[in-house]
Every structure is written in structure tokens, then in C-alpha cells.
Design a protein around this ligand. Structure first.
Ligand SMILES: Cc1cc2nc3c(=O)[nH]c(=O)nc-3n(C[C@H](O)[C@H](O)[C@H](O)COP(=O)(O)O)c2cc1C
Length: 312
């Protein structure tokens, strides 16, 4: 029987203040599932934690080969608490599985997605019936990935090449829930192995689209916080490094949209865009601007970031 570090019942029953990495992180949910900013008192995240996540955006790279050495229990507890404590949406959550006891990674050696030696696994879980669950999953999943990175651990989003049935057996799922993505967690080998290096070259993992590509209308007149936000989103991970996000400003708000409605099998663009949404929030905060995301269902436009001002 695999050991799941936490289950849903406990998560829901917890008070809305959670100790994360020695800091108090307060969080909350509105009935609409909108993640709100500090000044409205609905979502308050400890600024130090988010600063650590912001710093981790620059050092994070997908790692697929691990030493197999287990991570110490204190570090695992910190990561598990961060997963539980950051729960801004009711329809997406992350669980750390400390002893998966089975290989859920199905990639083929030497090609995209083969993960070896990872002792622990993050499972990103969505409520399938919720309309914005995919982007919410990207948002909370990336928080877990960045928390792990800030703790010195390796990660790699895996949306396609994992066994969903095996993954479902690792966690306690609600009626409408499924595991939408996973990530290995562990100590990555010091050097990129031959196959990992080849894979990174093949997928051009280090390359990012230019600012001009992801902001087609240009950034003339943009405030500093918005420039920092899109620069941070630019380095976000995405499936096959496709970077499907596009940004534009309307009045004081920053909008994110998909590049096109065409979807590939396995991983939705909404999941990728949810990852970029967290990066936007962290980039804005690096310039002292808190804000909240509002989900939108307006053609390709997925959400609007509303800046709320300086952190308190
Ligand atoms: C939602 C999502 C799904 C992904 N799925 C896979 C996967 O199935 N297999 C894999 O090897 N990498 C996967 N990746 C990792 C991407 O290939 C990687 O993030 C991208 O090439 C950029 O490289 P970097 O993460 O090192 O910056 C996925 C990434 C994201 C964000």
C-alpha cells in the first residue's frame, strides 16, 4: 500500500492558516473559486514564501534522472505542508506521495518523458467537472514545483507519459477527481545524463519565445510590474516547451490567452497557462505589486490579472 502524506478530508478540515516552511501562510477561497489578493483579505500569502518561489523560477529546470536516495523527512514534511497550505481553488490540489512503491512514468528511455530513480511523486489532481480546473491545476502544481525547487529538489512536470491508473491508486480521489499530471521529486543527479541531455536538446528545453512573440501588441507604456510579470511567465515550463500563452494589457489589467484553440492530445493549454499565471503573480510581486486572478471564458482569453497595489 503506498503511503500518501495527506488525504483530502484532512485538507478540507484544516484551519485556513497553515505553517509553511516556518512562515505563516494564510489562504482562502471565494465561492467563485477566484484567488484573491492580500488587501481583500481572502488570499494572503506570506511574502517571503512567494519571494522564494520567484527566485526558484530562474533556477528550476526539468530533471528526469534521480539518485534514488530518499529526501529527508523534514524536507518532505515542508513540501507536503506547502502543498496542503496553498489551496486557493476548490477544484485543484496537489498531494505529495512519499512512497509511491511503483513506477508510474511510462516514457521510453532516450525519448521524451523517461524518468528514472525518483523516490517521491507529486500528484496534481483536478475536479473534472469544474470549468477552470485545468488552469487552476497548473497554478497550484507550479507552486508545489517551485516550493520543491526552493528546497533544493528536482522536479519535472509530466502530463503525458505517466500511467493514470497507477497514479490514481497512489492518492485518495473524490468522485469527480482525476490525476491530471505528476512530477518526480528527489535529488537529481549532479550532471545531466546522456539521455536527459539529448532529450533537452531535442525539445529545445532551454529556449523561450521572445517577448515580441508572447506579447503581440507590444509592451510600450507598460508599468514595471507588468514587464517583470511577463518576463517571469516567459521562463515558465510548458508541455513540449510549446509556450502557448499570450499576454496583453487592458486598462490596468493583464490578460492571458491561448495562442490558438488547437489542442494536442494529453495536456491542455489551460494547464500550461495556469503555470504561467502563477509566474505572472510572482513576477508582479517582485516589483511589490499584489494582485488577483479572475477566470474568464471569453474565446481564447483565459483570465485577467487585477493588480491590487503594494503588499501590506
Ligand atoms: C504541463 C506539462 C506537461 C509536461 N509533460 C511532460 C512529459 O510528459 N514528459 C516530459 O519528459 N516532460 C514533460 N514536460 C516538461 C517540458 O518538456 C519542459 O517543461 C519544457 O521542455 C521546458 O524545459 P524546462 O522545464 O527545463 O524549462 C511537461 C511540462 C509541462 C508544463
Amino acid at each position: 500500500m503506498p503511503s500518501c502524506s495527506r488525504d483530502r478530508t484532512k485538507v478540507v478540515a484544516r484551519r485556513r492558516t497553515t505553517l509553511v516552511s516556518g512562515y505563516i501562510m494564510e489562504y482562502g477561497r471565494s465561492s467563485s473559486g477566484v484567488a484573491n489578493g492580500s488587501s481583500q483579505g481572502v488570499l494572503q500569502m506570506q511574502t517571503e514564501r512567494m519571494t522564494a518561489w520567484f527566485e526558484a523560477t530562474a533556477s528550476r529546470h526539468s530533471r528526469r534522472v534521480y539518485t534514488a536516495a530518499p529526501v529527508d523527512s523534514e524536507t518532505l514534511d515542508t513540501l507536503a505542508s506547502a502543498c496542503e497550505g496553498f489551496h486557493p481553488y476548490p477544484d485543484a490540489r496537489v498531494t505529495l506521495v512519499t512512497e509511491p512503491g511503483t513506477d508510474i512514468f511510462t516514457g521510453v528511455i532516450g525519448s521524451y518523458g523517461k524518468v528514472t530513480g525518483a523516490p517521491h511523486v507529486l500528484c496534481v489532481i483536478v475536479d473534472e467537472d469544474a470549468p477552470f480546473a485545468q488552469q487552476h491545476a497548473g497554478y497550484v502544481g507550479e507552486a508545489a514545483v517551485l516550493e520543491a525547487t526552493s528546497l533544493g529538489l528536482g522536479t519535472c512536470w509530466i502530463g503525458g507519459f505517466f500511467d493514470p491508473e497507477k497514479a490514481a491508486r497512489l492518492v485518495r480521489l473524490g468522485e469527480n477527481e482525476r490525476v491530471v499530471a505528476v512530477s518526480p521529486v528527489g535529488i537529481a543527479v549532479d550532471d545531466y545524463s546522456g539521455s536527459e541531455r539529448a532529450m533537452r536538446t531535442m525539445s529545445s528545453a532551454h529556449k523561450r519565445k521572445s517577448l515580441e512573440r508572447i506579447v503581440p501588441e507590444g509592451t510600450a507604456g507598460w508599468p514595471d510590474w507588468a514587464l517583470a510579470a511577463v518576463e517571469c511567465a516567459r521562463i515558465a515550463p510548458s508541455a513540449v516547451n510549446r509556450q502557448p500563452w499570450r499576454f496583453r494589457m487592458r486598462n490596468r489589467d493583464l490578460l492571458i490567452s491561448r495562442d490558438s484553440p488547437i489542442e494536442m492530445p494529453r495536456v491542455t493549454k489551460a494547464l500550461d497557462c495556469g503555470i504561467a499565471m502563477l509566474h505572472i503573480q510572482l513576477g508582479a510581486l517582485s516589483k511589490g505589486v499584489m494582485g488577483r486572478w479572475e477566470d474568464l471564458a471569453e474565446g481564447p482569453t483565459m483570465a485577467r490579472f487585477v493588480p491590487l497595489g503594494e503588499p501590506e
